[in-house]
Ligand binder design. Structure first.
Ligand SMILES: Nc1ccn([C@@H]2O[C@H](COP(=O)(O)OP(=O)(O)OP(=O)(O)O)[C@@H](O)[C@H]2O)c(=O)n1
Ligand SMILES: C[C@](O)(CO)[C@H](O)COP(=O)(O)O
Length: 233
């Protein structure tokens, strides 16, 4: 039997408020190319990924098509779709376009350092577990704050992971979970796995990503990315 069909949903419809730049952060240059280019390129070159759905902000479609997809020949991009107000709205807009069968890799376009090793590891795991997320064990001690910013509790660090993307699922699992969310949407959604966890009570397998698979969120992250991108040349 041939390889299962794999779609990457690449999210680039955010406003980058925490970056504080006029240009939305996913379009800021990193070593001469837009940050968004790097994850698109990784999925374009991946032996695992068959199709890319690119989710962008209103009015950004033409720029993405001209200045990134066509310019850098990202041929797997089948459609450029408009995102929504929150990240989960953008994911929903992509999830609705998935084929009936196969797997979906939901990825933040603000994470330029996804690579074939991470993609392949996630693909191996999702074929067994049907739902997995990439991440890494935390390095700092994490504390839960109460409403007055006093320490409420200190979870055991040995069981804590900092979750990244891609977040990878069988299409029908994530579509079903998001359909429920969009009907109820009473949870504070910050990643896709929690939608599957909370809507379907479905177990999510943790998969090793990389400490380099950072999300570019604030200006310091861009400085770190400038160092990391030199390593990859
Ligand atoms: N409505 C949204 C919000 C976010 N994203 C995307 O989801 C990824 C992770 O989101 P985040 O890092 O929070 O990006 P922003 O929402 O742009 O950042 P901020 O919260 O600082 O505005 C990014 O690639 C972002 O473009 C999206 O597609 N649609
Ligand atoms: C999905 C995510 O990248 C996992 O760490 C993160 O939750 C996205 O958060 P953001 O505030 O939308 O960047």
């Amino acid at each position: 039997m041939g390889k299962a069909y794999c779609t990457a949903i690449v999210l680039a419809a955010g406003q980058g408020k925490r970056m504080g730049t006029k240009v939305h952060k996913q379009y800021l240059e990193l070593a001469g190319r837009p940050i968004l280019y790097y994850s698109l390129k990784a999925f374009e070159e991946s032996a695992v990924i068959d199709e890319i759905l690119l989710i962008t902000g209103a009015g950004e479609e033409d720029y993405c098509r001209r200045e990134i997809v066509d310019k850098y020949k990202i041929t797997k991009v089948s459609r450029i779709l408009q995102g929504g107000a929150e990240r989960y709205h953008s994911v929903w807009n992509g999830v609705q376009e998935l084929k009936e069968d196969g797997y979906v890799f939901i990825h933040d376009g603000a994470r330029p350092f996804v690579d074939e090793e991470i993609i392949s590891r996630a693909f191996q795991e999702v074929q067994v577990h049907k739902a997995c997320v990439v991440g890494m064990p935390v390095k700092d001690t994490i504390k839960v704050a109460d409403k007055n910013e006093f320490v409420e509790k200190t979870p055991n660090r040995s069981s804590l992971w900092m979750v990244q993307t891609p977040q990878v699922f069988e299409n029908h699992i994530v579509r079903g979970a998001y359909s429920m969310l969009m009907r109820e949407s009473y949870i504070n959604v910050t990643d896709d796995a929690m939608v599957v966890e909370q809507m379907l009570k479905y177990p999510i397998k943790l998969v090793y990503g990389s400490y380099e698979n950072i999300k570019i969120t604030t200006p310091e992250d861009l400085e770190i990315a400038e160092v990391l991108v030199k390593r990859k040349k």
